[in-house]
Design a binder for this molecule. Structure first.
Ligand SMILES: [Zn+2]
Length: 178
C-alpha cells in the first residue's frame, strides 16, 4: 500500500485529500487516504487465522482494490477480479496458498498481452458499500463477515464487463491442477 502515491502519479491521477473519496464515493473527510485506513483495522476478533475465515480477508482486499484501481498496477485488477470470479462464479474455497498459484497463471497470461487493460466501472459506480461502512460496522462491533461478503459481491458485479476476460485466467487456474 505504501507505494500508492507513486502509482497514482504514474497513472496520472491527482489524489484529493478532502471530502468524499474520489474513487469509491465513500463518505470520508480525507478522501482516499481515509479509505486506506481500513487496512489498519484490527480484525483479529474475526479469527481470520482460521482456515474457513480466510476468505473474508480476501473479500476486503479485493473489494478495496477494485474500488480504487487507479492507485494499483494494471495487472493487479486482473488478479483481484479473477480471484473474486473464482470465488463467486466457480465457488472455489480460497486459501492463502491459492493466491500464489493464481499469480503464476497471470504471469503466463500476461505474455503477449502487453496492451490488455481492464476498464474499471465509472467512479462512484463500483458498489454501494464502501470502506466507511466497514469502519462504522467495526466501531459498532457489528458482524463484519456478511458485510464484507456483500461488499465484495457488489464490487464484483460492478466489474461485469470484465468478467469474460478474467474467465480466461480462471479457466487456466482451474486447469492447472488445483
Ligand atoms: Zn474510496
Amino acid at each position: 500500500m505504501q507505494d500508492y502515491l507513486e502509482l497514482a502519479e504514474k497513472n496520472g491521477i491527482t489524489l484529493i485529500a478532502k471530502g468524499s473519496c474520489q474513487f469509491c464515493g465513500a463518505n470520508t473527510q480525507r478522501g482516499i487516504h481515509e479509505c486506506l485506513e481500513i487496512f489498519a483495522l484490527d480484525l483479529e476478533n474475526m479469527e481470520l487465522h482460521r482456515k474457513e475465515n480466510q476468505v473474508y480477508r480476501f473479500y476486503l482486499v479485493d473489494a478495496h482494490v477494485l474500488q480504487h484501481p487507479e492507485i494499483h498496477g494494471r495487472w493487479s485488477n486482473h488478479l483481484h477480479l479473477a480471484r473474486l470470479h473464482l470465488i463467486f462464479n466457480y465457488k472455489v474455497n480460497w486459501y492463502y496458498h491459492l493466491t500464489t498459484q493464481l499469480s503464476n497463471c497471470i504471469n503466463k497470461y500476461k505474455v503477449g498481452r502487453q496492451d490488455e487493460f481492464l476498464s474499471p466501472p465509472d467512479i462512484h459506480k463500483r458498489g454501494k458499500i464502501t470502506s466507511t461502512d466497514i469502519v462504522k460496522a467495526y466501531s459498532e462491533k457489528s458482524d463484519l463477515m456478511p458485510l464484507l461478503k456483500n461488499w465484495a459481491n457488489e464490487v464484483y458485479d460492478a466489474w461485469e464487463d470484465s468478467h469474460k476476460t478474467v474467465d480466461g485466467i480462471a479457466t487456466q487456474f482451474l486447469n492447472s491442477g488445483l
